[in-house]
Design a protein around this ligand. Structure first.
Ligand code: NAP
Length: 304
């Protein structure tokens, strides 16, 4: 599925072998100064990029400037007319309206990219409107949101997925790769639909399963047992319920925009649960041991 380009190793602009030979740093626009947009801006500003931010609320723009996540910020998309590369970091449902409002302000070869967690519908909608669009997804985050949650080095050594199509200009892809390398991320290329299937397994399904754990605990009918479980909960429950406790807006948009792959992964998960229930009901301890053994063996290899 995913393939890495010839040089996947992180390289920051500051690490470039010859600063004299490097092309000048592009001016970067960021729309949506939240966790991801703010974190991108913090790293790029630190490396000397001129970063122009746009966000919905004035307070967010001011906070982004104060935090050093942008060189300047405004609520007006027209302020990005001078940007060479624009990174769309809004929630998924704001991407298309943002692009539609941006189009009149773009120069013919302005590179557009996004960071949305779902790629197929985003690429299918935006690429026909702007050929210099490169779908992107940095695979990093926290359960927090907003500009105050932005972190330096959030993307360091993390995968950064790009989903160019056969029509995407190679120079546009190179511009976005340059930014990803400046963040210290490891670049992967893949097909947008395969990206969505893969992230359904490792990101979107875990969010739903994790939130399902919490829902299951809430269904315990005895308040005494529920309270006791809460008091006894240790790292295991904290780890397994963590991703379900993240930004609810983000989780809902993942489900909405990645509906079919998420449903397929949830159905496969339910099938696995049914098998476990059947085995326990039948007191088939060999079957349970087999499932647990598979997980015990497969997990270390998976995490490698
Ligand atoms: P976030 O912290 O809520 O940030 C999004 C920001 O966008 C908000 O702070 C909001 O700022 C601004 N915004 C909302 N609508 C806007 C609009 N129409 N125009 C301009 N700005 C607008 O969310 P996030 O976690 O950074 O997620 C942003 C994107 O990153 C999403 O597409 C998500 O799929 C993707 N992503 C998230 C993660 C993750 O783990 N969180 C990981 C990878 C990718 P105001 O304060 O100005 O309203």
């Amino acid at each position: 599925m995913a393939s890495q380009p010839a040089s996947p190793f992180p390289q920051t602009a500051a690490d470039a072998p010859s600063a004299v030979a490097s092309p000048p740093l592009p001016t970067v626009g960021i729309v949506g100064l939240g966790l991801i947009g703010g974190s991108l801006g913090l790293d790029l500003c630190r490396q000397g990029y001129r970063v122009l931010g746009v966000s919905r609320r004035l307070e967010t723009c001011q906070r982004a400037v104060a935090r050093g996540a942008v060189t300047a910020a405004s609520q007006a998309l027209a302020s990005l007319a001078v940007a060479d590369v624009i990174v769309l970091c809004t929630p998924l449902d704001a991407l298309l309206p943002t692009v539609q409002q941006l189009l009149p302000h773009l120069s013919p070869e302005t590179v557009l990219t996004d960071v949305g967690s779902v790629k197929q519908p985003v690429v299918a909608t935006i690429a026909p409107l702007w050929p210099w669009f490169v779908g992107g997804h940095p695979m990093a985050g926290t359960t927090e949101q907003g500009i105050d949650a932005a972190l330096e080095n959030l993307f360091l050594h993390r995968p950064y997925v790009l989903t160019p199509t056969a029509q995407t200009p190679v120079t546009a892809v190179a511009q976005v790769e340059r930014l990803a390398r400046a963040l210290g991320a490891a670049i992967y290329h893949c097909d947008p639909a395969e990206h969505d299937q893969a992230v359904a397994w490792i990101s979107h399904l875990p969010v739903m399963v994790s939130t399902g754990l919490f829902q299951a605990w809430l269904r315990e009918p005895s308040p005494t047992v529920r309270r006791l479980a809460q008091q006894l909960a240790s790292s295991g429950f904290c780890d397994t319920s963590r991703v379900g406790g993240g930004n609810p807006e983000l989780g809902t948009l993942m489900a909405r925009y990645n509906r079919e792959p998420l449903l397929a992964s949830l159905r496969a998960y339910r099938q696995g649960l049914d098998q476990i229930i059947d085995a326990i009901e039948a007191e088939d301890w060999a079957a349970i041991a087999e499932v647990l053994h598979q997980g015990h063996q497969a997990r270390p290899a998976f995490l490698e």
